[in-house]
Ligand binder design. Structure first.
Ligand code: CO
Length: 137
């Protein structure tokens, strides 16, 4: 089975600014806009040619996205990979057993009803990788 990029996560100080660029000027179509309270972010999903970009705006200074913006400024935050066959419950222990450093031992809520878990960038060649499992059905 081929791997698939589920979305790219881009940290922005303001969704409005991001939407102006990607949606209004570059022609991405806006698929959703929601708050993921557990992650303390507002998320706008923008589609273009089968790829989704998620713009992430912090809703609180203790959000991981707020720290990222403070340290690095706006920019590419993570690459999200779809977990389609075995599911996170099977994949996470397998990665852990292979010595991959995880940020999440158990799935947590993502946007659009998905369940997600992150691999630590130090365990993934410097890239923050989000694993995404879509809701069943
Ligand atoms: Co994401």
């Amino acid at each position: 089975m081929a791997a698939r990029i589920e979305h790219l996560g881009v940290a922005v100080p303001s969704l409005e600014e991001g939407l102006k660029l990607y949606r209004d000027l570059l022609g991405f179509s806006q698929e959703f806009l929601e708050e993921v309270a557990s992650e303390r972010v507002r998320v706008a999903g923008l589609a273009a040619g089968g790829l989704t970009i998620e713009l992430l705006e912090p809703t609180s200074p203790d959000s991981a996205i707020a720290s990222f913006l403070a340290k690095r400024g706006p920019g590419l935050h993570h690459v999200a990979v779809a977990v389609e066959v075995e599911g996170l419950a099977a994949l996470l222990p397998r990665l852990k057993a292979a010595g991959v450093r995880l940020l999440d031992d158990a799935p947590r809520p993502g946007s659009r009803g998905t369940r997600v878990a992150f691999i630590h960038p130090k365990g993934a060649l410097g890239v923050l990788i989000e694993l995404v499992e879509r809701p069943a059905g």
